[in-house]
Design a protein around this ligand. Structure first.
Ligand SMILES: [Zn+2]
Length: 683
């Protein structure tokens, strides 16, 4: 059961992005109001490495994180008792979040003994034996007097075997209850932590256990401890989607700027990480040019700011050459300056993401920013990007991922050499060709039935179907249509979608629960309103008459060259006949004379569709003039002349008789008669 949000944090959602799970929220602690997404710099020992509290406060960070484990050992709870807590002790007037200490005990201590009670370890400081239990952790956090306390959890390497991970998740749930009891009547907030490593089932049950307790927020723990980047993204996405909507979500210990962008995209609100200050001490800067390593000789003589788009003290006062020098000589001030810069970069990234979420422009920002954040110094890359990016892109079965010069990724069918969406970004092409032309909103308004049916012939990597789902989600979020949409995809080889789904960092459209559901269950359904996606596996030729009649068809199988049976007269005639009682529109990327001829012969009113990339013409076909898009002009006498002149207007497999039959059908198509009933082709 999900508890009411009668939390101590007065959590509010201000805006949710329509095309991702990103959201902008606020909550109020005992000290201040916090706007999310928020990054919390790490002040391990009540100090940020090489930084003073005043500068960090001036940068506008509303929360710092301090480590209970370290503070328990030094200075110890007596000092905090004397000062009434950490705020006055370190002269910080904004919020503090303390972790439980559990993570450090498990990762830093030797001879740790874990029992149901807690963890017994030896202090690295004076060798004393210490018991860290939910009760002692919370007692310490109460004395530190942080704004947000973390329940004690058991974090183990995310690569551990499932039974160990299950035990850790179960003990975490029992410790969560004990932590809440130990809070007593303290006004401090407390977050529960979800464990479960990279096992979806364990994550799910851990979410159920932890969210049934009256916490003020929930953290995703047990990541950034050994798993791969993709596993981390998947687990973050899955766990965030299971957490209750009206509580803050905190991804612990993550991460690099790109990690933050990816996790915000997946619905996370809060982050902490030592990277901006810790990496600064090694001379690593995060900049609008990408990640820069200032110890490299290339910067020795550079008389220009570290990042010309930054106004921090390091960038406004000093040259790259000077920062390079400070790094090489390991001067304290180098870590301070680069640290200030990195913190500024993180703060700007968070506030920019927030602005875009509030303005409804987050998804386009996300696609552009992602490319930027993955760069090494773009002017002086450590390894030439061409070499780096061409090596080792994943493949599956007869498909491989290829990177296009324009910067996006496509999927290539290895045996035919055909690349799906080779010139234009797959989602852009799907929108141009299928989504914009089909105009789902207008179809929903005009159909008599309660459900709009779309056929997606040639599922491929799922781009067209997902573009349709994104469009429907947008329509439903803006209007209150009562009608449903059912998208039916036809495909015989799912490897291409599987490959895209395994590489969400390269394909935006698979960052949604639908693709994994369609791969697993053959279907996906939105909660509400009613968008349904169904997969019909097998050869399209065998399925046509069994599938529900469509209102609209995205016709996107492999080309004539690779899959010729899908482009001939017979197949278009079968589609036309199947839709006899329901006018249908068909859009396809092919603009070939033969395909247009086959569509006309089958009975379709046929015209030139939208241009995409280098293709000036694609094809749009309508089973009846009533459903024709007003902006689309049907082919006229000029095209017909071209058809007669063409040497490749018929399939090479056709007999002479078949060809003349098709030609007669085309000549007699009503589309080529003018209003008075005369032929306009003049033959
Ligand atoms: Zn700077």
């Amino acid at each position: 059961m999900i508890p009411d949000n009668s939390s101590r944090l007065k959590f509010k959602i201000e805006s949710e992005d329509k095309r991702s799970s990103a959201r902008a929220c606020t909550f109020t602690t005992l000290h201040n109001t916090v706007q999310t997404p928020v990054f919390m710099p790490v002040a391990t020992l009540a100090v940020l490495r090489s930084q003073d509290t005043t500068s960090v406060e001036e940068l506008g960070f509303p929360v710092l994180l301090a480590n209970t484990y370290h503070l328990l050992l030094r200075p110890g709870t007596d000092v905090f008792t004397k000062f009434g807590g950490i705020h006055r002790f370190m002269n910080w007037n904004k919020s503090i979040l303390t972790d439980s200490g559990g993570f450090q005990v498990f990762s830093l201590s030797k001879d740790v003994k874990i029992t149901e009670d807690g963890a017994v370890f030896r202090s690295y400081y004076d060798g004393k034996k210490i018991l860290l239990s939910p009760e002692t952790s919370i007692r310490t956090q109460r004395i530190i007097n942080s704004d947000i306390m973390m329940a004690m959890d058991q974090c183990i390497p995310s690569t551990s075997e499932e039974s160990l991970c299950k035990n850790a998740a179960d003990i975490t749930a029992r410790w969560a209850e004990r932590s809440l009891t130990a809070r007593g009547d303290s006004p401090q907030s407390m977050f529960g932590i979800v464990q479960g490593a990279c096992f979806p089932g364990l994550r799910r049950s851990s979410v159920n256990q932890i969210t049934s307790l009256p916490f003020d927020g929930f953290a995703i723990g047990g990541l950034a401890v050994g798993e791969s980047e993709d596993e981390r993204k998947d687990m973050t996405e899955m766990t965030a989607s299971l957490l209750p909507r009206n509580f803050p979500r905190y991804l612990m210990g993550v991460g690099t700027p790109i990690d933050l962008l990816e996790a915000v995209y997946r619905g996370v609100d809060m982050f902490d990480c030592i990277l901006p200050t810790a990496m600064a001490q090694q001379g690593v800067a995060y900049t609008s040019h990408g990640r820069m390593e200032l110890r490299r000789g290339i910067y020795k003589f550079q008389d220009r700011p570290l990042d010309d788009s930054c106004t921090c003290p390091a960038c406004s006062r000093y040259s790259r050459a000077y920062l390079h020098h400070l790094t090489k000589t390991a001067e304290y001030y180098g870590g301070n300056l680069i640290g200030i810069h990195n913190l500024t970069f993180y703060r700007n990234l968070m506030s920019t993401m927030r602005e875009h979420i509030l303005n409804g422009t987050f998804s386009s920002f996300y696609s552009v920013e992602k490319e930027k954040l993955m760069l090494d110094d773009d002017e002086h890359p450590v390894t030439p990007p061409r070499k780096k990016k061409k090596i080792g892109l994943p493949s599956l079965g007869d498909y491989e991922i290829v990177r296009q010069d324009a910067g996006f990724h496509s999927i290539r069918h290895i045996s035919s050499g055909e690349v799906m969406h080779s010139v234009t970004d797959p989602l852009v092409e799907a929108n141009t060709l299928y989504i914009n032309q089909s105009d789902i909103r207008r179809m929903l308004e005009s159909i008599d039935e309660n459900e709009l049916v779309i056929w997606d012939v040639g599922l491929g990597a799922g781009t067209n179907a997902m573009a349709a789902i994104f469009e429907c989600e947008k329509i439903y979020s803006e209007t209150g249509f009562k009608k449903g949409v059912r998208i039916i995809s036809f495909e015989k080889d799912l490897d291409s979608l599987k490959l895209a789904a395994k590489n969400p960092s390269l394909f935006n459209h698979v960052r949604h629960p639908a693709p994994s559901s369609i791969l697993k269950n053959g279907s996906w359904k939105s909660m509400s309103p009613d968008i349904e996606w169904i997969l019909i596996e097998g050869d399209f030729l065998d399925q046509i008459e069994n599938a529900p009649q469509p209102h609209c068809i995205f016709y996107d199988p492999f080309s004539l060259h690779t899959d010729s049976p899908l482009w001939n007269y017979d197949i278009f005639k079968r589609i036309f006949d199947h839709c006899i009682n329901r006018p249908v529109k068909l859009f396809t990327y092919s603009g070939s004379t033969m395909v247009r001829g086959a569509l006309l012969a089958a009975g379709f009113y046929t015209g030139a569709g939208a241009a995409t990339g280098p293709k000036t013409e694609t094809t749009a076909a309508f089973s009846s003039p009533e459903v024709k898009n007003p902006e689309i002009e049907l082919l006229g006498s000029e095209w017909l002349q071209k058809f007669f002149r063409s040497s490749s207007k018929f399939s090479s497999k056709n007999s002479k008789e078949e060809n003349s039959f098709i030609e007669q059908k085309i000549i007699n198509h009503p589309q080529f008669k003018n209003k008075t009933g005369n032929d306009i082709h003049g033959k």
